[in-house]
Design a protein around this ligand. Structure first.
Ligand SMILES: [Zn+2]
Length: 76
């Protein structure tokens, strides 16, 4: 399982959420390759050989995400 944080590609949402990626054969019932935003329900297409479970960040984690992102932007 690998874990990452993504930003929702929906411009009206744009919120970060956590993505846990699993090998598809662990759970044949789940939709393969679909990354669903827990905030707005937008579905992005990921690797079709994986299953993606997503959940919202805590307020603290989301705050940290934005703080780190602002720091990245400040470099340019
Ligand atoms: Zn969203």
């Amino acid at each position: 399982m690998s874990r990452s944080t993504r930003r929702c590609p929906n411009q009206l949402c744009g919120r970060p959420f956590q993505v846990n990626r699993f090998s598809a054969d662990l759970d044949a019932l789940a939709d393969r390759g679909r990354v669903t935003c827990p905030h707005c329900g937008l579905v992005a297409i990921g690797d079709g050989n994986s299953i993606f479970l997503t959940h919202a960040l805590s307020d603290e984690e989301e705050h940290l995400f934005h703080a780190l992102e602002r720091r990245e932007e400040a470099r340019y």
